[in-house]
Design a binder for this molecule. Sequence first.
Ligand SMILES: Nc1ncnc2c1ncn2[C@@H]1O[C@H](COP(=O)(O)OP(=O)(O)OP(=O)(O)O)[C@@H](O)[C@H]1O
Ligand SMILES: [Mg+2]
Length: 291
Amino acid sequence: MTPDLLEEGARRREALPKTTLGGQTESGGRQAGFSRLATPGEVDVTHGRILYLEDVNVSFDGFKAINNLSLDIAPGELRCIIGPNGAGKTTMMDIITGKTRPDSGTVFFGSTIDLLRYKESEIAQLGIGRKFQKPTVFEELTVFENLELALKTNKAVSSSLFFRLDSTQSDRLADVLHTIHLADSVSRQAGNLSHGQKQWLEIGMLLMQDPKLLLLDEPVAGMTDQETERTAELFLSLKGKHSLMVVEHDMSFINTISDIVTVLCDGSVLAQGTLAQVQADERVIEVYLGR
Ligand SMILES: Nc1ncnc2c1ncn2[C@@H]1O[C@H](COP(=O)(O)OP(=O)(O)OP(=O)(O)O)[C@@H](O)[C@H]1O
Ligand SMILES: [Mg+2]
């Protein structure tokens, strides 16, 4: 979830009556204090990369969590990232999204946007959506209201004082509901959804903002086998329309969705290739798969 969305959701939660909200949706006014869109317009991917990291380093109290990390992702690609606990996978996402500042290195979104110049909220506005491991939907709100809220906090579209969904946005919401398999649960309170459905709803909230790049940290952790399978279908359907970076430990899930797999270890890339290639790599077996 984006930092702005968390803020807006907290405001909404405060405004909620003690009893549960009814089926009505609530569209309030735009809040003051929103930062402006950092760089409007398209991301320049003429050089064939939507994300580019070079020689990135981060230390925490002298411990090198990210160590000369270099990696790039093509537009529309679904890149899987695997690696042992503590390899730096989440820290890498923290750096891309502006949550953590690297000590040195280059992080570009397309060939012209230097992400290190932007704040976390601005990076979300630039079109990088992030899904943390734990679902963070607004439990008191319905599925519809959660999705509507996600659209409302996108400042690129909610420029009027009183926000109402126009027909394009309603169509988009319907599309997203279908994509995340929640079309039949539109009026259900998010708190009553299963763990997997909450994860899909949060992905749907990100999709409402039409991110160019989606970062997903352990999206199928805690899901049933059936939910995991549906999530694989969902991700495959997003590929091409969005670029995705997916961190997972679930190898059968990775096997279903992956083209290129990057193995991180000790803060840098240990190996990269198809899952079969990296699974056959002795170094990968030693540090990760052979455990
Ligand atoms: N804010 C922080 N302060 C201190 N150390 C940190 C911080 N964030 C991460 N680390 C350390 O950096 C290393 C990398 O952590 P990270 O969470 O990125 O690993 P990961 O690859 O996501 O692991 P996992 O698979 O367990 O989620 C770990 O040793 C972790 O303890
Ligand atoms: Mg992690």
